[in-house]
Ligand binder design. Structure first.
Ligand code: ADP
Length: 612
């Protein structure tokens, strides 16, 4: 006691001396303990500070205990004191250290959080010790949602297993492992870069695992986009080359036919049937060439966003029958059995849609069916289908041809794509037909797809192309009697005085030959200015066939001029652009009608017949 208090044994008033040493702010502690000692049963355990004579502060831990006589009466007490300075200091140090650690832990965490890093601590058995805010947010929750949970509660079983293996591995490896993951979350797919590292104590005991993760979805998505864009660019490069090679082949082949057989036609003494045969080839080649050009123009229109729709009432049954009549000879020539099925009555089959587009879709699909079928049959038609909120017509074109491999069933609808790109020599075509068809179907509000023809009766694999268009029933149109037989060439109309405004020799000659039979006089001019001039001087002209692209003044301007003095004369515009909207433009500029080049004789005669 003397040692602890730093007092000499000689002092008399021991309590008084001790009291002098106690820190004034602590003196009440001892006093209260002494005051209460007789009342309280439990001996007080107290702690106070003293300042020793040598200047040292000492923490005293004291214990006061009562001593009782045989009657249980307290007769004295004994005090024990202990120098607890060291304990006190280390406790303080521990407290301070703990506080500091907590502060630095928060600093540490916020460091990660500011950097957008998620940290999660796991026990070696996969139980979450804690997640920081970011880690919780990444996983779609708050930190308290995860603490104490097992990864098996957090992730689906197979994923949890997968992550558990990593934790296991991280417990063993000394170097951190870095992983990149795609994680499916309810909010969508995310990409994370995570570092797994073990946490050990000073004795090399494994306490757990730390996972630092970073959401790299944005970079990753950008990266994926770039890769996809690059792939697309490469693919489109490849397609472009394939397209050019293919186009070149597709255009040269018919040109070869046209030029080659025209040359052969020049041979003197050519027999009549040979001549016929050559002309037949030239005609066929020309048609093929026109097909290609039409396809290119159509696809360009689609790509340039120039495709427009003209909705009108039409009868689906008629369209189907027309397609059938059109393709019947070709199918028969190939030994194919072509048939169609109309499933609605004429009245029900009247709908409002774009006639030309529907016709182009049907034509393309039936044409392909014939092209890709060597033997067997082709059937096409439609059915009325209903879902909860829509009614639509589902058309089909079913063939027993070469079929389409499953993995090409989507690609063939892309432009320039053929089911078998290496085999392109076997079937002529530019791979545009279906791309155009698809664009038309979609524009009309439908879908298009292809399936295998699993019809047991059919031989070979075969395909069934389907497409839908919305069904909007219309009041039936009463068919107008065809009072002029359009296809007859020896039509009976009065002889006309005709002006041909055309700057191209070949076109001019063709027009002249075509209209010769029903003209009494033909005048020819080369420019718009001349066309206006000749019209002014010849008010008895019945019909003007007006080319649009002419030198000096174009056909539209010439028409406007002519309309100033002659409202009666029938003016038919002829353009080579083949754009939809041409007709509307021609009529707006004052023409009565429009015909597109290359000139179709029947079409021209039909129009002339209509006006005369
Ligand atoms: P193409 O001008 O090559 O015929 P399309 O776009 O019309 O172009 O067709 C694309 C490809 O789809 C064709 O090259 C062919 O491989 C495939 N295809 C189209 N229709 C059929 C069909 N009825 N049967 C089998 N293959 C077809």
């Amino acid at each position: 006691m003397y040692e602890i208090y730093g007092l000499s044994k000689q002092i008399k008033d021991k309590i008084g001396e001790v009291n002098k040493l106690i820190y004034p702010e602590d003196s009440h502690i001892l006093q209260e303990a002494l005051d209460n000692i007789y009342e309280e049963n439990t001996p007080p355990l107290i702690e106070y500070r003293i300042k020793r004579k040598d200047g040292k502060t000492v923490y005293i831990g004291a214990n006061l205990e009562k001593i009782r006589n045989s009657d249980g009466k307290t007769i004295a007490f004994v005090g024990t004191a202990q120098d607890v300075t060291l304990h006190k200091k280390s406790a303080k140090a521990i407290l301070a250290a703990k506080q500091r650690a907590e502060e630095s832990e928060t600093q540490f965490r916020s460091l990660f959080e500011n950097a957008g890093l998620g940290i999660g601590y796991y026990k070696p058995d996969g139980t979450v010790i804690s997640y920081n805010k970011i880690a919780s947010k990444n996983m779609g929750g708050e930190p308290e949602d995860f603490s104490g949970k097992s990864i098996y509660d957090i992730f689906p079983r197979s994923e949890a297993e997968f992550y558990y293996k990593r934790i296991e591995k991280a417990c063993i490896t000394k170097e951190p492992d870095v992983y990149e993951d795609k994680v499916s979350l309810p909010t969508g797919d995310k990409y994370f870069l995570s570092t797994f590292s073990r946490i050990i104590d000073s004795k090399d005991k494994i306490l757990g695992i730390q996972i630092i993760s970073q959401d790299i979805s944005e970079q990753k998505n950008n990266e994926i986009e770039i890769i996809e864009a690059k792939k697309k660019a490469e693919e489109s490069d490849r397609l472009k080359s394939a397209f050019l090679a293919n186009m070149s082949h597709e255009i040269r082949t018919p040109m070869n036919g046209i030029l080659g057989f025209s040359e052969l036609l020049k041979k003197p003494n050519l027999a009549g049937d040979e001549q016929k045969k050559y002309i037949g080839i030239i005609e066929k080649s020309g048609k093929r060439m026109l097909n290609i050009i039409n396809d290119i123009v159509d696809i360009s229109k689609i790509e340039a966003g120039l495709m427009e729709l003209a909705f009108e009432e039409l009868n689906v049954n008629e369209q189907i029958e027309y397609t059938y009549v059109f393709f019947k000879p070709e199918a028969e020539a190939q030994g194919l059995d072509l048939s169609f099925k109309n499933s609605l009555t004429t009245e029900e089959a009247t709908i409002k849609t774009d006639r030309e587009k529907l016709y182009a879709i049907l034509t393309n699909l039936v044409k392909n069916a014939i092209k890709y079928t060597k033997e067997g049959s082709i059937e096409f038609g439609y059915n009325l289908k209903k879902t909860n909120d829509t009614t639509y017509l589902e058309f089909y074109v079913k063939d027993t041809g070469i079929g389409i491999p499953n993995d090409r069933m989507e690609a063939i609808f892309e432009r320039f794509i053929q089911a078998d790109i290496d085999d392109k020599k076997a079937y002529q075509g530019a791979g545009l037909g279906l791309a155009i068809t698809k664009a038309y179907v979609e524009k009309l509000g439908g879908k298009i797809w292809v399936e295998c023809n699993t019809d047991e009766k059919s031989e070979g694999k075969g395909s069934i192309f389907y497409f839908t268009i919305p069904y909007k029933a219309e009041r039936p149109i009463i068919p107008i009697e065809d009072n002029f037989d359009l296809l007859k060439e020896n039509i009976d109309i009065r002889k006309l005085k005709i002006l041909i405004a055309e700057d191209d020799d070949v076109s001019e000659l063709l027009l002249e030959e075509t209209i010769k039979t029903f003209s009494k006089e033909i005048q020819k001019v080369r420019t718009g200015v001349e066309a206006v001039e000749v019209s002014r001087n010849n008010p008895d002209i019945d019909l003007i066939l007006m080319d649009i692209r002419m030198p000096d003044m174009n056909g539209y301007q010439a028409t406007q001029q002519i309309r100033k003095f002659d409202k009666e004369v029938v003016i038919i515009a002829q353009t080579a652009y083949g754009l939809s909207g041409d007709k509307e433009k021609a009529i707006k500029e004052g023409c009565n009608d429009y015909i597109s080049k290359p000139l179709n004789k029947t079409e021209l005669l039909t129009i002339i017949q209509k006006y005369f």
